[in-house]
Design a protein around this ligand. Structure first.
Ligand SMILES: Nc1ncnc2c1ncn2[C@@H]1O[C@H](COP(=O)(O)OP(=O)(O)OP(=O)(O)O)[C@@H](O)[C@H]1O
Length: 307
C-alpha cells in the first residue's frame, strides 16, 4: 500500500514555532487519528500536506514521491475553517468542485448525487449552504472533500459539532474509504471516537509527535490493573505481594501490579479475593485513550533541539 509520509516538517509563524520536526506516516487503508491540545500544530500540518501552506523545512511524500501540485489535487481536504460558498446551493457547489478537479459534467453530477445520498443531505441539494444546520453544513463539507473521488483524505476536525447519528454516518464513510485503500488522516478532540475508529493514533504536543501507534501499542506499559467485584473493602488485596490498591468503592476494588513482576500476579489477586468471599467479576483494565493522552501531555514538553 502507498504511504503518506510527513517527514520532519518545521513551520514558524513569526515568533511562534508551530511545528518542530513533525514526522509520521499514514498507510493506504489506514485511519489515523491526529490528537493534541489546542495550538499543538495539527491544522498547520494538514495545511502543509495539502499545499495551502508552505513548510519552512521538511517534505510530504505520497508513495515515496514528494507531493506536487498535480498530486495534491487528488487529496480530499476538509479545512478547519470550512470553505463552502454560503450563497451557492449544495448541488451547484459540489458539481463545481468536482469539475474543478477534472470530472466530466456527467460524472460530477453523478458523484454529487451519490455523496449527498450517502451523507443524508440529498433533500437539501437545492438549498444554499448558509441555510443548512451546522451539522448538515459539515456533511456538505465532507461531500466536498469526497466528490472528486480522492486518493487521500485529510480532514480537520470532521466530527466537531455533529449529532450522534451524523457521527455514525461520518464514521461509516471514513471506514469505507479506508477499506477501499484510501489513507484517512483526521484530527479530533473526541478521544473516545478516535479510540473506536482509528487504526493508529498520533499524539502531538508543541509541534512534535510525542506518541504514535495503535491503541494497543500505546497501551503497552508495565502497569497491569484488574477490577475485582467481590469482597467489600480492600483489606483482602492489601495482603497480596507486588500489588497496590488503586481504588476501592463498596465491592469494587481496582488493584495494580507495578513493574513487570511475576506472571501469576493475576492468579494471586483472584485467589486472595476468593479466599475472602465470592467474586462476581474479575477483569483486566486497560487504560483508555483519554488516560493515555493525559499521561502523555502531562509529561514535560520535548525540548527544542538547537541547530
Ligand atoms: N495564521 C497564523 N498566524 C500566526 N500563528 C498561527 C497561525 N496559524 C496557527 N498559528 C499558531 O500556530 C500554532 C499551531 O496552530 P494549529 O492551528 O496548527 O494548532 P491545532 O493543533 O490545529 O490547534 P486546534 O486544536 O486548536 O485546532 C499555534 O500556536 C497557533 O496559534
Amino acid at each position: 500500500m502507498p504511504t503518506l509520509d510527513i517527514d520532519r516538517l518545521d513551520k514558524s509563524y513569526g515568533e511562534v514555532r508551530a511545528l518542530r520536526g513533525m514526522t509520521f506516516s499514514v498507510a493506504g487503508g489506514e485511519i489515523f487519528g491526529f490528537v493534541g491540545s489546542n495550538g499543538a500544530g495539527k491544522s498547520t500540518t494538514m495545511r502543509i500536506a495539502l499545499g495551502v501552506l508552505a513548510a519552512d523545512a521538511g517534505v510530504v511524500r505520497w508513495d515515496g514521491r514528494e507531493l506536487d501540485h498535480a498530486m495534491r489535487r487528488r487529496i480530499g481536504y476538509m479545512p478547519e475553517e470550512r470553505g463552502l460558498y454560503p450563497r451557492m446551493t449544495v448541488a451547484d457547489q459540489l458539481v463545481y468542485l468536482a469539475r474543478l478537479h477534472g470530472l466530466t459534467p456527467a460524472a460530477a453530477r453523478r458523484s454529487m448525487e451519490r455523496w449527498t445520498e450517502v451523507l443524508g443531505i440529498a433533500p437539501r441539494r437545492d438549498d444554499e449552504v448558509l441555510k443548512l444546520s451546522l451539522g448538515n453544513q459539515q456533511r456538505a463539507q465532507l461531500a466536498a472533500a469526497l466528490v472528486h473521488e480522492p486518493e487521500i483524505l485529510v480532514l480537520d476536525e470532521p466530527f466537531s459539532g455533529l449529532d450522534p447519528v451524523a457521527v455514525d454516518v461520518m464514521s461509516g464513510v471514513l471506514s469505507e474509504q479506508a477499506a477501499a485503500g484510501v489513507p484517512v488522516l483526521f484530527s479530533s478532540h473526541q478521544l473516545e471516537l478516535v479510540e473506536r475508529l482509528c487504526d493508529r493514533v498520533g499524539i502531538v504536543q508543541a509541534g512534535t509527535m510525542v506518541a504514535v501507534g495503535s491503541i494497543e501499542e500505546l497501551r503497552t506499559t508495565d502497569e497491569r490493573r484488574w477490577l475485582v467485584d467481590g469482597p467489600a473493602g480492600a483489606s483482602w488485596a492489601a495482603a497480596v505481594p507486588d500489588v497496590r490498591v488503586v481504588s476501592a468503592q463498596g465491592t469494587r476494588t481496582v488493584v495494580e501490579a507495578a513493574g513487570p513482576g511475576p506472571d501469576d500476579v493475576d492468579q494471586r489477586v483472584l485467589a486472595a479475593a476468593l479466599a475472602a468471599g465470592p467474586v462476581r467479576e474479575f477483569t483486566r483494565q486497560q487504560p483508555t485513550l483519554v488516560e493515555l493522552y493525559r499521561d502523555v501531555v502531562a509529561a514535560p514538553v520535548p525540548q527544542e533541539v538547537s541547530a
